[in-house]
Design a protein around this ligand. Structure first.
Ligand SMILES: Nc1nc2c(ncn2[C@@H]2O[C@H](COP(=O)(O)OP(=O)(O)OP(=O)(O)O)[C@@H](O)[C@H]2O)c(=O)[nH]1
Ligand SMILES: [Mg+2]
Length: 203
């Protein structure tokens, strides 16, 4: 999950995994979250979601994220044109390292803002993402908890994963203690790891 500072990356993850809105801003350095889903056929799907910093202070972490992630959600705020420009730059950086086939979803957050405050029209962003870039696209509001599931469904679609997440169905919730072991030693010192479980269904 990448994008400029304060666009709402952490808020989207918080709504998706924990159904909580973060109304007070706290800058992210880097955090790993995990969503685990049991599929009806008995198999399981694990989503490791890396919440990155929007700040320019951490270029090495950003490069590592680009090198190691399997798919990308690039977030901008619909009321801030500069954050859209940052999405363009990030996408270029990602495809220069990973090529054009890596799954990317472009996400316009803060869709709840007043129409006169909006700087990026939905149609412009959507056609740019879908037609020009061949990425997925979604608008959402973490504040109002609208469109959040679509963001992650789009991601699975881009990654050619056939299952649709539907956490409301047969949800089994279990908060696990903080997880300190990391499969990636490079991240172990800097990241906080959380685990969280719930189920999903196939539509
Ligand atoms: N109006 C509105 N505000 C939002 C929305 N999502 C997040 N915010 C607010 O925007 C601010 C930044 O949200 P964060 O989720 O912390 O942003 P971030 O992208 O994780 O920021 P960094 O960790 O610094 O990169 C917070 O004050 C949130 O309450 C939204 O959908 N609508
Ligand atoms: Mg954050």
């Amino acid at each position: 999950m990448m994008g400029a500072a304060r666009v709402g990356k952490s808020s989207i993850i918080s709504q998706f995994l924990y159904e909580k809105y973060l109304s007070r801003y706290k800058q992210t350095i880097e955090e790993m979250h995990r969503g685990e889903y049991e599929l009806p056929d008995g198999s399981s799907l694990t989503l490791d979601i890396l919440d990155t910093s929007g700040s320019y202070q951490f270029p090495a972490m950003r490069a590592l994220s680009i090198n190691t992630s399997g798919a990308f959600i690039l977030v901008y705020a619909v009321d801030d044109e500069e954050t859209w420009n940052e999405v363009e730059r990030l996408r270029e950086q990602i495809i220069s390292v990973r090529g054009t086939r890596v799954p990317i979803v472009i996400v316009g957050n803060k869709a709840d803002v007043a129409e006169e405050d909006r700087q990026i029209p939905f149609k412009v962003a959507r056609s740019r993402a879908l037609l020009e870039w061949g990425c997925g696209y979604a608008e959402c509001s973490a504040k109002n908890n609208e469109g959040i599931l679509t963001v992650f469904k789009q991601l699975l679609r881009q990654a050619n994963i056939e299952y649709n997440l539907s956490p409301a169905v047969r949800r089994r919730r279990k908060s696990l203690p903080s997880y300190t072991g990391s499969p990636n030693p490079a991240r172990a010192n800097s990241a906080k790891y959380y685990l969280k479980r719930h189920s999903c269904s196939v539509q």
